[in-house]
Design a protein around this ligand. Structure first.
Ligand SMILES: *[C@@H]1O[C@H](CO)[C@@H](O)[C@H](O)[C@H]1NC(C)=O
Ligand SMILES: *[C@@H]1O[C@H](CO)[C@@H](O)[C@H](O)[C@H]1NC(C)=O
Ligand SMILES: *[C@@H]1O[C@H](CO)[C@@H](O)[C@H](O)[C@H]1NC(C)=O
Length: 579
C-alpha cells in the first residue's frame, strides 16, 4: 500500500495477463515452504535435523511429518530423540502465555503435529462461540453511538490461478464456503463510540507516526504458527473484541490473529488536535470460510487498513473507515485443506476481491438528548425531521502524511522494509543514476502483505541485519509480482519497460526468484527460493561436497547463503557497471 506500482491496473480479467498456473505440486511446496521455515527457526532446526540417524529420522518423519520434526528437533537440543523437561521449558513458558488466548481443544479436530508436543500445540477451536461480545460491550443509553456500514463485493473467481482450467481438480465442496460468501454478514451495525477506545494510543504515546500495537503478535520460534486445522475463532479478549466485532460484519468467522506472522494490529497517530486524534491502523486478520464436515478454507486478505478520528476520551467518533486495499491486481491469499488433519495436503491460490470495506455513516451522536434542565428532548422536530447535529470543525495542530504513516506501519509489521523497496521501473532508473546493481525479488504473490507465502523470505534472511546493511549499501532493491511484469511486458507503449520486464521473466521460475541485475536489466545472477531452501537445509556432510560452504561467520545458514548470493552478484555485476 501507499505507493503506486507499475502494472497496477485493477482487477485482472480472465485474459492472457493473469499469473501463470503453478503446477499443483509446486503450489503445495510453496505452502509447505512457508510453513516450514516459519515453524521452526529454520536454521537451528535444519542443523539439528541433520544429526539424527537416518532410521531415527524416517520413523520420526512418519510420526510427526516434516513440519513436526522440524519443530521437535529445534527443541531436542541434545539430539537423543527425547524432549527432557529442561528442553521443554522454553515452549512451556511460551505456551502458558499463549494458551490464555487459545481455546482448549476437545480432540475432535485436533492438530496432528503428534508426539509429545501435540497436547501443547493443539490450538483447535472446535466449538462455535457466540454472544461473548455482548458481555464485553454492554450498552449504555447515555452514550454516543454511530452506524457502520459494510460494503462487500465477493472475490472474483476468475482472478484465481485455478480458474484457468475451470477449477478442474478442485472439488466443489472445497470452494463452497467461498462461493457462498456473496454478501456481508451484517450490512450495517450500531456501535458505541466508547467501543473504539482500543484505538486510542497508550498513555504518553503522542508522537506522530510512532507505531504501537493494538494487538501484539504472539507468534515466535516456539509457537511457530497456529494450526491450519481450525474452524471457529477463539473468543476475543480485551482490545481484540472491537476488531473481531467489526470484522464479523463481513463474515461470521474472523480470526483476529493470523496463523502466520506477522500477526496482530498496529497503529500510529497521523494528526493531533486539542481534543482529537486521527489514528491510522493496519490489521492482519483472516477468515475461516468452512464449517465441519467440510475441511478448513482460509481466506487471508493482504491487510485491513483505515483510520479513525476520535476524541481523546473516546466519547465521540468523528469518522471511521476500514478496508482491504484493492489497488493491486491480487489481494487475497487462500489456503484449503484436503483432509481433516494438519498434515493433509493443502492447496493455495491467490485472488482479487474488489471491495471489502466498513465506513461510518456519520459521526457518533447521543442516543438520548437532554436540554439544559436535564429534560429529555425528542430527537425529531415537530415537522418530523430528525434533529440535525452541528459538529465543530477540528483544528489539527500536527499532521503526518498518509503515505508516511502507512510506511511506518509497514516497517513495524515487516522489519525487512527498513531497506527501501522501490517500484520496478523506478529501481532501474535509480540504479542508472547511482550506478548500482539492482536486487530484485520476483514472486507469484505479494511480499509485503499477507496475501502471499513470500513470508518465508522476509521472516528469515531479509530481516537479518548483515543482509539489511549490505542491501542498503550496495544495491537498489525492488520486488514485483509476476502479473505486474507480464502487464509491463505486454504494454506496447513503453519498449524500454517491456525489455526490462522480459529480461526478468526469462529468468523466473515459480514461486519466487531472487535476481541481481545491471541497471540496463541484464540479470547477472539469480537463485530460486525452492533451491535456496534446499541448500540451506542440506546436511553438513552434503554441503562439503557442494559449491556452497558455510565457512562464513554467520550462525544461520540462510543468512550465510543469501549473503553469498548477494556477494556473487556483486562479483559478477560490479565489473560490468559503467566506470
Ligand atoms: C452454502 O449455501 C447453501 C445454501 O444456502 C448451504 O446449504 C450450504 O451449507 C452452504 N455451504 C457453506 C460451506 O456454507
Ligand atoms: C542505510 O544507509 C543510510 C546512509 O548510508 C543510513 O543512514 C541508514 O541508516 C541505513 N539504513 C539501514 C537499514 O541500514
Ligand atoms: C547491459 O550492459 C552489459 C554490460 O555493459 C552488456 O553486456 C549487456 O549486453 C547489456 N544488456 C542489454 C540488454 O543491453
Amino acid at each position: 500500500m501507499g505507493r503506486t506500482r507499475p502494472g497496477e491496473r485493477g482487477p485482472p480479467g480472465p485474459g492472457p495477463a493473469a499469473p501463470p498456473a503453478p503446477p499443483p505440486r509446486r503450489a503445495r511446496a510453496l505452502a509447505l515452504l512457508g510453513a516450514l521455515l516459519a515453524a521452526a527457526a529454520a536454521a537451528a532446526a535444519a542443523r539439528a535435523f541433520a544429526r539424527y540417524s537416518e532410521a531415527q529420522q524416517d520413523s520420526a518423519l512418519k510420526t510427526l511429518g516434516t513440519e513436526g520434526l522440524f519443530l521437535f528437533s529445534s527443541l531436542d537440543t541434545d539430539r537423543d530423540m527425547y524432549i527432557s523437561p529442561e528442553e521443554f521449558k522454553p515452549i512451556a513458558e511460551k505456551l502458558t502465555v499463549v494458551s490464555d488466548s487459545l481455546q482448549p481443544c476437545d480432540g475432535a479436530h485436533s492438530s496432528t503435529l503428534g508426539g509429545p508436543l501435540s497436547a501443547g500445540l493443539c490450538l483447535t477451536g472446535s466449538i462455535p462461540t457466540a454472544n461473548y461480545e455482548e458481555e464485553e460491550l454492554p450498552p449504555d443509553p447515555s452514550e454516543e453511538t454511530l452506524t457502520i456500514e459494510a460494503r462487500f463485493q465477493p472475490l472474483l473467481p476468475e482472478s484465481m490461478t485455478k480458474s484457468k482450467d475451470g477449477f478442474l481438480g478442485v472439488s466443489r465442496l472445497a470452494l463452497s464456503g467461498l462461493r457462498n460468501w456473496t454478501t456481508a454478514a451484517s450490512p450495517s451495525a450500531v456501535f458505541a463510540a466508547r467501543h473504539f477506545r482500543p484505538f486510542l494510543p497508550p498513555r504518553g504515546h503522542v508522537e506522530l507516526g510512532e507505531p504501537w500495537w493494538i494487538i501484539p503478535s504472539e507468534l515466535s520460534v516456539f509457537t511457530g504458527y497456529l494450526s491450519n486445522n481450525r474452524f471457529y475463532p477463539p473468543p476475543p479478549k480485551g482490545k481484540e473484541v472491537i476488531i473481531h466485532r467489526l470484522l464479523s460484519m463481513f463474515h461470521p468467522r474472523p480470526f483476529v490473529k493470523t496463523r502466520f506472522a506477522p500477526q496482530g494490529a498496529v497503529a500510529c497517530l497521523t494528526a493531533i488536535s486539542d481534543f482529537y486524534y486521527t489514528v491510522m491502523f493496519r490489521i492482519h486478520a483472516e477468515f475461516q470460510l468452512s464449517e465441519p464436515p467440510d475441511f478448513p478454507f482460509w481466506f487471508s486478505p493482504g491487510q485491513f487498513t483505515g483510520h479513525i478520528i476520535l476524541s481523546k476520551d473516546a466519547t465521540h467518533v468523528r469518522d471511521f473507515r476500514l478496508f482491504v486495499p484493492n489497488h493491486r491486481s491480487l489481494n487475497v491469499d487462500m489456503e484449503w485443506l484436503y483432509g481433516a488433519s494438519e498434515s493433509s495436503n493443502m492447496e493455495v491460490d491467490i485472488g482479487y476481491i474488489p471491495q471489502m470495506e466498513l465506513e461510518a455513516l456519520g459521526p457518533s451522536v447521543p442516543s438520548v438528548i437532554l436540554d439544559e434542565d436535564g429534560n429529555l428532548i425528542d430527537s425529531r422536530l415537530p415537522s418530523g425531521e430528525p434533529l440535525q447535529f452541528v459538529f465543530e470543525e477540528i483544528q489539527w495542530q500536527q499532521e503526518l502524511s498518509w503515505e508516511e504513516a502507512a510506511r511506518r506501519l509497514e516497517v513495524a509489521m515487516y522489519p525487512f522494509k527498513k531497506v527501501t523497496y522501490l517500484p520496478f521501473t523506478e529501481a532501474f532508473n535509480q540504479a542508472k543514476a547511482k550506478n548500482k546493481l539492482v536486487h530484485s525479488i520476483l514472486l507469484w504473490g505479494a511480499l509485503d502483505d499477507q496475501s502471499c507465502s513470500g513470508r518465508t523470505l522476509r521472516e528469515t534472511v531479509l530481516e537479518s541485519s548483515p543482509i539489511l546493511a549490505l542491501l542498503n549499501e550496495s544495491f537498489i532493491s525492488t520486488w514485483s509480482l509476476v502479473k505486474e511484469l507480464e502487464d509491463l511486458q505486454n504494454n506496447q507503449e513503453n519498449p524500454s519497460h517491456q525489455k526490462l520486464a522480459s529480461l526478468h521473466l526469462e529468468k523466473y521460475s515459480f514461486p519466487v526468484e531472487m535476481m541481481i541485475c545491471l541497471p540496463n536489466g541484464t540479470v547477472v545472477h539469480h537463485i530460486n527460493a525452492n533451491y535456496f531452501l534446499d541448500i540451506t537445509s542440506m546436511k553438513p556432510e552434503d554441503i562439503e561436497n557442494h559449491v556452497f560452504s558455510f565457512s562464513s561467520t554467520f550462525e544461520d545458514p540462510s543468512t550465510a547463503t543469501y549473503m553469498q548470493f548477494l556477494k556473487e552478484g556483486l562479483r559478477r555485476g560490479l565489473p560490468l557497471l559503467q566506470p
